[in-house]
Write a protein that binds this ligand. Structure first.
Ligand code: SF4
Length: 506
């Protein structure tokens, strides 16, 4: 049984940073960035700020904006794990500045574990009127446990944990190694353990149910079994799913149980099946919503491709001090929430958001726009995905009015880092005789195509906006009043029928 409550060790890495300065940091590039683990990207050095639960206070907002101005590109990007990235770092961040960030609670107290993936939970934890349990205490506990156990720095950097409190804004379909999802069984809240067995698929139900107070122990045991069966000298550590698959999941879970002081309970039947993971579910947090706390509201703000200019970040921090509880919450959909707004202040906050050049309407084309790093950030990319995505969204905003969010996903290569599920419309970058072009996919993936059905190929970026406009207009006409989601609409037709209807003037 792993022990809890060991005191925090001031780790070797931070000491080295203090002794030798930032050059040590910048020479030690890793594949998985963190505040203390810089990574080289096409556009400079990339630093990722690990923010468990995605909650930032206004002082942290100001400090991060300062760093991004002084050392980076003058902006920050929210990632699909609700981290923040500072990009285009050309000059080193001194160890003193890193220490100041740590003192403000940014990054882990123990920098040795700072490269391990951010702990995910619903951005509405504690405020969602439908949730069964507030998961923020569990996020904090697991983060503290990681920081207190330096041996866990040997875990794969991709070792990822997610807590879902069973609310409306669910994170259960996000890619994680371990998901603990709340459900109600005989009036008692349990967490159902899900493990990621299959590459690039959400975690799968193990039928094990746990009381909230048992969650930390099982996470510690899952980590301990991983370490026992992993050569920690390996440069590339295996993913948890690889170790589970090589041991066999039943064997793995038996070894987990041997480390626990309680027996594992199993419940085959899902007492409360999760609501189907529709594409639109990822956008329920956008807009103005009542909280579980009376007279308080939260507003989900659209960040185009997750980007915030530093002056926007500063002003958001100020705004939360003035009207709410002084914090913002980053979401795994690369947007943010302003929470705890008294009803009488909602209109003022709406106005301030608009003054910042931001929006909070779910039908804004940018609310469901996703792009990977693209050419500027990744050598594998065939196209400048981010610039193209924003240019397309700007064009569509003036040519089509949407009634519901449509997920448009730009990917610079077939790896699809930015989004694991099929988009409503996926644009896969290809370089065709040095012309940046896209294959266009719609609807469900089939056995041949993971992005959906390919309806056009090698479309140059200059041709793209008119084609997407036509696709959206045809969908609007044919789904009028039916409320039919885009995906269902396109799945009703053969490719040739779709191509024909998209080529007709609407
Ligand atoms: S999807 Fe491909 S091009 Fe885009 S960031 Fe990932 S590896 Fe790079």
């Amino acid at each position: 049984m792993p022990t809890l409550g060991v005191s925090i060790r001031h780790d070797d890495l931070l000491s080295a940073l203090h002794r030798e300065g930032v050059e040590t940091l910048l020479s030690g590039f890793t594949a998985c960035p963190g505040l203390f683990y810089a990574t080289s990207a096409q556009d400079g050095i990339l630093s990722r700020l690990r923010i468990p639960g995605g909650i930032l206070n206004s002082k942290q907002c100001q400090a991060i904006a300062e760093i991004a101005d002084m050392h980076g590109g003058g902006y920050v990007d929210v990632t699909n794990r609700a981290n923040l990235q500072i990009r285009e770092i050309s000059q080193g961040i001194s160890s003193e500045v890193l220490q100041q960030l740590q003192d403000l609670g940014i990054g882990s107290h123990n920098s040795a574990i700072d490269h391990i993936r951010n702990i995910m939970t619903s951005p509405t934890a504690g405020i969602d009127p439908e949730e069964l349990i507030d998961t923020l205490a569990l996020v904090k506990s697991w983060d503290a446990y990681l920081a207190e156990h330096s041996e866990l720095s040997e875990l794969s950097a991709k070792f990822s944990v997610c807590f879902d409190g069973g609310g409306k804004v669910s994170v259960s379909d996000r890619l994680n190694d371990i998901l603990l999802r709340a459900e109600l069984i005989d009036a008692q809240v349990y967490f159902r353990l899900h493990l990621g067995f299959i590459k690039r698929k959400p975690p799968i139900d193990t039928e094990i149910i746990l009381l909230p107070e048992q969650c930390l122990s099982i996470l510690a045991a899952l980590a301990d079994v991983y370490l026992q069966h992993t050569d920690t000298q390996l440069k590339r550590k295996p993913r948890l799913q690889e170790v589970i698959n090589s041991l066999g999941w039943e064997n793995y879970l038996q070894q987990v149980e041997q480390r626990l002081t309680f027996s594992l309970q199993r419940c085959q039947q899902l007492v409360q099946p999760p609501s189907p993971a529709t594409k639109e579910a990822g956008f329920w947090h956008i807009g103005i919503h009542p909280q579980r706390q009376q007279n308080l509201f939260y507003i989900g703000v659209v960040l185009p491709l997750g980007r915030l200019e530093t002056q926007q970040l500063r002003r958001l921090g100020d705004l939360t001090e003035k009207y709410s509880n002084g914090t913002i919450r980053l979401t795994p959909w690369q947007n943010l929430l302003i929470t705890d707004i008294p009803q009488e202040c909602v209109i003022d906050v709406q106005r301030e958001i608009a003054d910042l050049g931001l929006d909070f309407t779910v039908t804004n084309i940018k609310s469901a726009l996703v792009a990977c790093s693209g050419k500027r950030g990744c050598a594998a990319s065939a196209t400048d995905t981010k610039a193209h995505a924003l240019a397309l969204a700007d064009y569509l905003e003036t040519h089509v009015k949407l009634d519901r969010p449509i997920n448009i996903h730009f990917s610079g290569c077939a790896k699809s880092c930015a989004q694991h599920h099929t988009g409503d419309i996926t644009l896969l970058g290809v370089s065709d005789r040095n012309i940046e072009s896209y294959h266009i996919y719609v609807g469900d993936s089939d056995s041949h195509e993971k992005f959906g059905r390919k309806i056009y190929q090698d479309v140059s970026f200059t041709e793209l906006p008119a084609i997407i406009e036509q696709i959206l207009k045809v969908y609007k006409i044919y789904s009028l009043n039916s409320g039919e989601p885009f995906e269902k609409f396109v799945n009703r037709y053969e490719n040739a029928q779709l191509q024909e209807s998209f080529s007709q003037p609407s």
